[in-house]
Design a protein around this ligand. Structure first.
Ligand code: ADP
Length: 398
C-alpha cells in the first residue's frame, strides 16, 4: 500500500509518498509560493537526484497535479502510474471537539471541517483547499484527515477550560485544544519503546521544540494537558510567537502603539518570541551563534526560552503527580544539545541528570540521562508524516 501524505499551508504544500509495506519514504518534496510569483517545487526521490522546477502554480490544484506528475515521471518518478497511490492522508490543523480521531473524509466531515475553520482561520482553509485539490486530481482515492488537535481530546475539563464566563465555552467553544498532537503521540510511543515499558505505565512530558513549540503531559499514553490553547499562540515562547502573556498587554499595546487588535495579534504571532526578544532571527541556530558571540539580547531570548520550557515541565510533573521521562523533539529538541542541557539543568530537583557525552547526539533517538537518574531525559526524532500514513492505513484496513 502506498500513501501520499500532504500538509497544505496557505501558499505551500509538503508531501511524502510512503510505501507502507516497509514504511520507506519513496519521495518527498515541497511546493512553495503557490498562488504567488515565483512558484517552485523541490522533489526528492529516494536514491535519485533532487528535481527542482520553477513554474506557475496558480492554485493548490496545480501544485497537486505537479506533484503527481513528478511522482510518475520517467526520470525522477518513483511509481509507474498514479493508480499505485492507494490513499491520501492530510494533516488538518484543527478538528475542534468533533474529531478525537482521524477520519475518512466525506461531505459531512468536510462540513464539520469548515465549521472548525472559525477556530483556525489561518490553517484550516488551506487544509481544506488541499483536500479538494486531491479529490479533483485523484477522484477515486480515499482521503483521510489526521488532526493536530485530536490527541489532546483526552484532556480533562479542568485542563481545557479557560477561567472565562462559561457561556463563551458553550456558545463559541472557546477552550484549550492543543496542537502538535501527531508529534506528541508519536514520540511518546517511541519513548515507551526506548524505555522498554508499556506506555500505559508511564508519565511522560513531551517537549516539541521547533519553529512552533509546545509541551504535553502524557499519562498512560493519553494527553492530559498541553501548552498550546485555542490557537497555537499560547504556551511557550516560540520562534516568532510570544506564548503566555498577560491578556491586558493587548489593549496596552493598542493604546501605546496606536495599533488595531488584529495588528497586535499579528505582532504576537509573527514578530515576538525568540525573534522579537533577540532582534536577530527566529532560527535558533542564528540566535545561538549570536549569543555565543556576545549578543546580550540573543542570550536573553535563549534564557527566557529555556526557562519557560523548564517551567512547563515542572507544571506537568505536578499535573501528573510525577514524571518518568522528559522527551525532546523537533528542530531544536533533536539537534541542540545546549538547549537540552540548559532545560534539564533546571530539573535536577525532579531527578533529571544529564550525561554530557550521551547528550552529544543529533537526529536520532537516545536516552541521554546519567546512569541511575530517576527521571530519564530522551531525545526522539518526530515523524508526523509517518503517523498520518499509519492512521490512513489503519482506516483503510478497517
Ligand atoms: P517546524 O516544523 O515547526 O517548522 P522544525 O521542527 O523543523 O520546525 O524546527 C525548525 C527549527 O529548529 C529552526 O528554526 C531552528 O531554530 C531549529 N534548529 C534546527 N536545527 C538546529 C540546530 N542544529 N541547532 C539549533 N537549532 C536548530
Amino acid at each position: 500500500m502506498k500513501i501520499l501524505v500532504l500538509n497544505c499551508g496557505s501558499s505551500s504544500l509538503k508531501y511524502q509518498l510512503i510505501d507502507m509495506s516497509n514504511e520507506n519514504v519513496l519521495a518527498k518534496g515541497l511546493c512553495e509560493r503557490i498562488g504567488i510569483d515565483g512558484s517552485n517545487m523541490k522533489h526528492s526521490p529516494a536514491g535519485k537526484d533532487d528535481y527542482k522546477v520553477e513554474t506557475p502554480m496558480p492554485s493548490h490544484k496545480d501544485a497537486v497535479k505537479l506533484v503527481l506528475d513528478a511522482l510518475v515521471d520517467g526520470s525522477h518518478g518513483v511509481i509507474a502510474n498514479i493508480g499505485e497511490i492507494n490513499a491520501c492522508g492530510h494533516r488538518v490543523v484543527h478538528g475542534g471537539e468533533d474529531f478525537a480521531q482521524s477520519v475518512v473524509i466525506c461531505d459531512k466531515v468536510k462540513k464539520a471541517l469548515e465549521t472548525c475553520s472559525q477556530l483556525a482561520p489561518l490553517h484550516n482553509p488551506a487544509n481544506i483547499i488541499g483536500i479538494e485539490a486531491c479529490e479533483a486530481q485523484l477522484p477515486n482515492v480515499p482521503q483521510i484527515a489526521v488532526f493536530d488537535t485530536s490527541f489532546h481530546q483526552t484532556m480533562p475539563e479542568k485542563a481545557y477550560l479557560y477561567a472565562l464566563p462559561y457561556e463563551y465555552y458553550e456558545k463559541h467553544k472557546i477552550r484549550k485544544y492543543g496542537f502538535h498532537g501527531t508529534s506528541h503521540r508519536y514520540v511518546s510511543q517511541e519513548a515507551a519503546k526506548l524505555l522498554g515499558k508499556p506506555i500505559e505505565s508511564l508519565k511522560l512530558v513531551s517537549c516539541h521544540l521547533g519553529n512552533g513549540a509546545s509541551v504535553c503531559a502524557i499519562d498512560g499514553g493519553k494527553s492530559v494537558d498541553t501548552s498550546m490553547g485555542l490557537t497555537p499562540l499560547e504556551g511557550l515562547a516560540m520562534g516568532t510567537r510570544c506564548g503566555d502573556l498577560d491578556p491586558a498587554v493587548l489593549t496596552f499595546i493598542m493604546d501605546k502603539e496606536g495599533l488595531s487588535a488584529q495588528a497586535v495579534v499579528d505582532v504576537f504571532n509573527k514578530k515576538s518570541g525568540v525573534l522579537g526578544v533577540s532582534g536577530v532571527s527566529s532560527d535558533f541556530r542564528d540566535v545561538e551563534s549570536a549569543a555565543a558571540g556576545g549578543n546580550a539580547r540573543a542570550q536573553a531570548a535563549l534564557d527566557l526560552y529555556y526557562y519557560r520550557v523548564a517551567k512547563y515541565v515542572g507544571e506537568y510533573a505536578a499535573a501528573m503527580n510525577g514524571v518518568d521521562a522528559i522527551i525532546f523533539t523537533a528542530g531544536l529538541g533533536e539537534n541542540s544539545k545546549d538547549a537540552r542541557a540548559k532545560i534539564c539543568g533546571y530539573l535536577s530537583y525532579l531527578g533529571v541528570e544529564v550525561d554530557s557525552a550521551k547528550n552529544d547526539v543529533r537526529g536520532k533517538a537516545a536516552d541521554f540521562s546519567a546512569d541511575g537518574a530517576k527521571v530519564r531525559a530522551l531525545t526522539i526524532p518526530t515523524n508526523e508524516e509517518l503517523v498520518i500514513a499509519r492512521d490512513t492505513k489503519e482506516l483503510l484496513d478497517k
